[in-house]
Ligand binder design. Structure first.
Ligand SMILES: Nc1nc2c(ncn2[C@@H]2O[C@H](COP(=O)(O)OP(=O)(O)OP(=O)(O)O)[C@@H](O)[C@H]2O)c(=O)[nH]1
Ligand SMILES: [Mg+2]
Length: 298
């Protein structure tokens, strides 16, 4: 069954792609064979991350316009935190990208994070790889930069776009170091806000090679995503970066990062805190409970 599914995915069958995602998400029989049969693919993943409400979805929406106009087929995964507080944003995404949900050149899938690991979905690597088997020209993964997820997206995406908004002048200084390190491109969105120029200037200064860990200059693009302003420029920079990164050291680090994550998941699969607690509850009253002895056969 999965063999046929894989053939259909390779041929660009959207329904088969959607079905394969459910297969993997739910770990239905055959999902591992399907993953192990995926051909190696050179489709690059564009990661878009940044704080909640920075305008990531609006930006993806505008970017899609440019890519689709150029005749490209694009797959998009939006990872939404499943917290009820974000329900508005989730619906917002749906409405905003509405036009694209039915467009033949675009495939959009929203995944809930289920709160399991910060801003990412437990099967995000596998699902991205399914998309890579499909004849897309580009794959975009949008994640909310909360907790560790911005670091994790760095392991998932070939090119990472960090979206920020202009804040009071010196807040750039306190911007999370994590975001600084993973950005291949910085987007200052909502540049229609006052002080956007000052913010961009400060950001550029901070990113100057002598100040940061980067060996090359990280582009900073100013956008007003809601008005499609600056998005063409972002698209051009993005395409240039995507072309550049062939097989480099980074490629192998990315794969190592993904392998590490998948191994971690596999090894931890049978470990359940509630089960551990139950076992400990039973053992403890017997006396002489030693945590290290207890875990030695785990
Ligand atoms: N003024 C202004 N508003 C914008 C701009 N871009 C997006 N917005 C608005 O900002 C709000 C949040 O935009 P989203 O695209 O949903 O932001 P997001 O980063 O995807 O949000 P989450 O996925 O919830 O983290 C929406 O009301 C947008 O219309 C912009 O350039 N200028
Ligand atoms: Mg969004």
């Amino acid at each position: 069954m999965w063999q046929e599914l894989l053939e259909q995915i390779k041929q660009g069958n959207v329904k088969a792609l959607a079905r394969s995602i459910s297969l993997v998400e739910n770990e239905y029989p055959g999902y591992e064979s399907l993953l192990q049969s995926l051909p190696s693919s050179t489709t690059k993943i564009i990661g878009i991350t940044g704080p909640p409400g920075a305008g990531k979805s609006t930006l993806v929406d505008a970017l899609l316009g440019h890519l689709v106009n150029a005749g490209k087929k694009v797959g998009v995964i939006c990872v939404d935190p499943s917290s009820p507080f974000n329900l508005g944003a989730l619906l917002g995404d749906r409405i905003r990208m509405n036009e694209w949900y039915t467009h033949p050149g675009v495939f959009i899938r929203s995944l809930a994070t289920r709160g399991s690991m910060g801003g990412l979905h437990p099967k995000i690597i596998e699902i991205s790889d399914l998309l890579k088997a499909f004849p897309f020209d580009h794959i975009i993964v949008e994640t909310v930069g909360v907790g560790q997820s911005e670091i994790e997206i760095a392991g998932l995406a070939d090119v990472t776009v960090v979206v920020v908004v202009p804040e009071a002048g010196d807040e750039v200084q306190t911007m999370k170091a994590g975001l600084m390190e993973i950005a291949d491109i910085f987007v200052v969105n909502k540049a229609d806000r006052p002080d956007a120029d000052l913010f961009v200037k400060n950001l550029r200064q901070m990113l100057a090679p002598s100040f940061s860990k980067h060996y090359h200059e990280v582009p900073v693009v100013k956008t007003v995503a809601s008005q499609n302003s600056g998005v063409k420029e972002l698209n051009e920079i993005l395409l240039k970066l995507l072309q550049k990164s062939h097989l480099t050291d980074k490629t192998f680090w990315l794969l190592a990062e993904r392998a590490f994550y998948l191994i971690e998941q596999k090894r931890m699969k049978d470990i359940d805190k509630a089960v551990l607690k139950k076992e400990i509850e039973k053992l403890y009253p017997k006396g002489n409970f030693n945590l290290y002895k207890y875990i030695s056969d785990k």
